[in-house]
Design a protein around this ligand. Structure first.
Ligand code: DX5
Ligand code: ZN
Length: 216
């Protein structure tokens, strides 16, 4: 099943509620990019904004934690109303966080950078609800999709199928109606898009176009 996850990173933060409403009918999840100015050279939003979004919408909140110390904030994100949280494998000790995420009632996601090899996260697949395969280096919206990640994406999907696991495979970075289908062919089922959706005149229609292109 195809899931579209608009990334609010490309929305107008002063008009967040209106931006969410514009895309909600076509959104399966809402992707929230949390950047700490340390793991990535950019600073975005945190638990208070997630809580404000929670008060506004019932959409599934898919929080992508680009943070050096995600463990210090898991409880805050859970309390704020996050549904799922992804931590990066490139941060030391992420694997130990899975148990805490479960305890807090959060869906467990693991994000992997473009240059992180499959072998680095393969053994954690059985613990996950979602694996987030980055198709750009995290930090900024509007970057170019990295097709060189596709073999790793396909390898990830194959491993999940082989082991009969139920893990969603999410792609994030440079996804639009042209690159989405490429990622789908390589095993993605959940598609994050920021620029392609919120940069469009009609975000809902843009999300629909990505979904239709992927489903074709
Ligand atoms: C990048 C973020 C992405 C970003 C994607 O660091 O993790 O979620 O919002 O934006 P686009 O779709 O514009 O590449
Ligand atoms: Zn993201």
């Amino acid at each position: 099943m195809t899931r579209i996850a608009p990334s609010i990173l490309s929305a107008d933060f002063a008009e967040l509620a209106a931006s969410i409403d514009r895309v909600a009918p076509e959104a399966d999840l809402l992707h929230v990019d949390v950047m700490d100015g340390h793991f990535v050279p950019n600073l975005t939003i945190g638990p208070p904004v997630v809580a404000a979004i929670r008060r506004h919408t019932d959409l599934y909140l898919d929080c992508h934690l680009m943070m050096t110390n995600p463990g210090d904030f898991l409880e805050a994100f859970a309390k704020a109303g996050a549904n799922g949280v992804s931590v990066h494998i490139e941060v030391d000790g992420t694997a130990e966080l899975f148990a805490e995420m479960r305890k807090l009632g959060l869906d467990v996601g693991l994000a992997v950078n473009p240059d992180t090899p499959f072998e680095a996260y393969e053994r954690w697949l059985p613990e996950l609800d979602l694996v987030l395969v980055m198709t750009v280096f995290p930090g900024f919206g509007g970057q170019k999709f990295m097709a060189e990640v596709m073999p790793k994406l396909a390898q990830t999907r194959a491993a999940i199928a082989e082991r009969g696991l139920r893990v969603s495979v999410e792609v994030d970075g440079g996804i639009d109606e042209r690159t989405g289908p490429v990622a789908a062919l390589n095993g993605a089922d959940t598609f994050v898009a920021g620029n392609a959706i919120f940069g469009a005149e009609d975000p809902r229609a843009a999300a629909r176009r990505i979904r239709d292109a992927v489903d074709e």
